[in-house]
Design a protein around this ligand. Structure first.
Ligand SMILES: [Zn+2]
Length: 406
């Protein structure tokens, strides 16, 4: 036998490389050994036949914004997190980035407990706030003292390769008064570590007009503070601090930041996806670079990364657009374009097989507004470095498809 595994007759879609054709993929030793139109079945120990209506073989999906510090945060007290493999390899996803579920105080949970057990690749962004998400309450940073640059630098030194970014949420009353200082301090902490800064915009605590206007100012300040490779997350938030002014036009800093290489991530989650905002942004060409789920234990009970992709397809983005946003573009955002996010000989065999199902589906945005879409995505099989995983049951009582509209 030449190969361990042959994925045969699959519709291979890898928009990052312009690949869209029926191809066979041979895997050996966990790596992609060959990609060709017709690799003979007898050359492989095992053959997975992937012909099928709507079935696609895509690079292993990357969820750029999740919360997988399961066990680090006490359920019922802080923001409960997901098991990395539940929303990873058992959901068609081979890499997840944890975005600030924990701060420097309890970051050690990742190397001690989460990374050794996860089959899914887990990338860790540390919260700028030392004790983030572990206690009840919306804010991670309540004062400048909550950002401990010395401790972050020590954590990075003692845990080489662990910290891939610093995460800040512009949420809470401290931003009303010292917002610029907090943003500047978080950026300095990320710079100390030589990693990108990811910032959550959309403050559900800033409801009155003055606070909302202030969050708009801070978003503009943030965009000017960002350096190439930094990441804005929750692009389509309907909350205060969004990137569109009250008339629905983007602040000039948005185009400037994008031109400079800032990543615009969508991270839908439970609170930060407004369908009208997303549609308006699509109309004016303000496309998200990446699509991510922002899944937590609660979010996991009603949606998935695949459903987030289907929501963008309802707006008019193509399958290739949403696959690119969760493969090549997400890999670049993580600084790993040469490791993940593409189907290429010599790379780890990270592959997601998904079915694209046409139908009349009903979705809900995070304000409770319903909208309809014509596609649902279902995971069929996941390969992580050649190891095969079947999907779990799905996020809805009926399985993986979005709710039926009829
Ligand atoms: Zn989040």
């Amino acid at each position: 036998m030449t190969y361990d595994l042959l994925i045969k007759d699959g519709h291979v879609l890898d928009p990052g490389q312009g690949l869209d054709a029926t191809l066979d993929i041979a895997v050996s030793g966990g790596k992609i050994a060959k990609i060709a139109a017709d690799i003979p079945a007898p050359d492989a120990a095992r053959v997975l036949e992937m012909r099928g209506a709507g079935r696609h073989v895509v690079p292993g999906l990357i969820d750029l914004h999740t919360h997988v510090a399961d066990g680090a945060i006490t359920k019922g007290v802080g923001m409960a997190n997901c098991d990395a493999d539940d929303i990873g390899v058992r959901s068609g996803v081979t890499t997840v980035a944890d975005c600030g579920s924990v701060g420097v105080a309890n970051l050690g949970v990742f190397p001690a407990h989460i990374l050794p057990k996860a089959k899914t690749r887990v990338i860790t962004l540390v919260n700028a706030g030392s004790y983030a998400h572990t206690m009840p309450g919306p804010a991670d940073v309540n004062s400048l003292a909550d950002i401990n640059r010395d401790a972050l630098a020590k954590a990075a030194e003692h845990n080489p390769g662990l910290i891939a970014g610093v995460k800040l949420r512009i949420v809470g009353p401290a931003f009303q008064t010292i917002g610029e200082e907090i943003i500047t301090s978080a950026k300095a902490a990320a710079k100390d570590l030589g990693v990108p800064l990811m910032v959550h915009i959309g403050d559900f605590t800033a409801k009155d007009e003055a606070s909302a206007a202030r969050r708009g100012e801070l978003t503009r300040f943030l965009l000017k503070t960002f350096a190439p490779g930094d990441i804005l997350t929750h692009l389509c938030t309907p909350n205060s601090g969004r990137v569109l002014d009250p008339a629905g036009n983007p602040y000039p800093e948005v185009a400037e930041a994008r031109a400079a290489g800032v990543v615009l991530d969508s991270a839908l989650g439970r609170g930060n996806f407004g369908i009208e905002v997303a549609r308006r942004q699509a109309d004016i060409g303000l496309y998200p670079d990446t699509i991510s789920s922002d899944l937590t234990a609660m979010g996991q009970t009603f949606h998935s990364l695949l459903e987030c992709m289907a929501k963008f397809m309802s707006i008019g983005y193509s399958l290739a657009d949403v696959v690119k946003a969760t493969t090549a573009s997400a890999a670049s955002a993580l600084g790993l374009p040469h490791e993940i996010g593409a189907i290429a000989v010599g790379r780890d065999a990270d592959l997601s097989v998904i079915d694209v199902v046409e139908g009349d589906f009903s979705f809900t945005d995070t304000t409770g507004k319903e909208f309809r879409g014509g596609y649902g995505l279902v995971p069929v099989r996941t390969l992580k470095a050649g190891e095969e995983f079947s999907p779990g049951w799905g996020t809805h009582p009926w399985g993986w498809l979005p709710a039926s509209a009829t």
